[in-house]
Design a protein around this ligand. Sequence first.
Ligand SMILES: [Zn+2]
Length: 319
Amino acid sequence: MTLRRQSMNLQSVRDYSEVPFTRNQHLVKSSRRIAEILAKKQARMGTNAVSSVDKRDVYFFRKKTFGRVCSCAMGTSSPSKNCRICYGKGFVGGYEKYGTWTEVIDYTLPEIEFVNVEPAHDLNVVPTLFRLKSGAKKGVIKATLRLRKNAGYCDAFQIVDSTENGNSVEVLVREVGTTSWIEATTQNMTTLMHSEQLEFKVTLARRSASFETPYFSHIMLRYGLLPYDKLTLPVDIPRNTEGISMLDAGWDESFGSLSVFMDNRVHTIQNDDMLFFPEKNRWVEVTEVQPFHAVDTVLSFDVTCQFVQKYHSVYNVPV
Ligand SMILES: [Zn+2]
């Protein structure tokens, strides 16, 4: 088994991010205001006023610019673009989804404890993976997360590991102070969202000490701070742009851009933030932002986005 920097394939990604999508009602008032701004802008440019806009719902993902430095970015000036923990952003988690909170249990978590397990630094793989110590057939990683006041549901849950030949990584969870462990799944996580603190137990096991696997990368837990039907934001897209047909047709080979107008529910938007269109299953990345101010207040944003290609690592961010 040859392992090269950044090329490790974590084949067993258990992705529990599939959750039912509830449509959010658009704010008619804000859409009208945005249409007016658009019309004025178009008038200034000496073109025909826009007659209509297309309304869509998006999930908004803010690029992280602070927090724990990802293990892929330690001792180097550039984080790994293929990193499954930070997606090349350099901070653990990579993004914060609007209305939610993300926690990651990985090598960089200060309070992480492990027995018969070690970080596999000599592999030269990023992010840093855990593996069983030489000669050990079983080992344990333990970590505790303190939960914020939340809306009572798990929005996404991922365990990223690598196993083969019947070797295993088992993840159990319990509320701190209780006795019985349960399997960590999205559903079970939701039942525990009332807890103040959650304790995770990751058990790595192999049939023979001669096997190289299992490897454990990380656990990602995202839970709702806002009610589930408040997670989407309305955006308006001018109908006379090419981008909207790309959005609808899903031309993945295209490198086109899309203009959207957002109201001021998010206070800032910056380059590299991401939008996800759940109806179209399409990611776009922000490349340009023009805020509209009135006195000291931002009223809305004129945002230019680039379609994200499937081979781009951020395509793997759990929706
Ligand atoms: Zn990283």
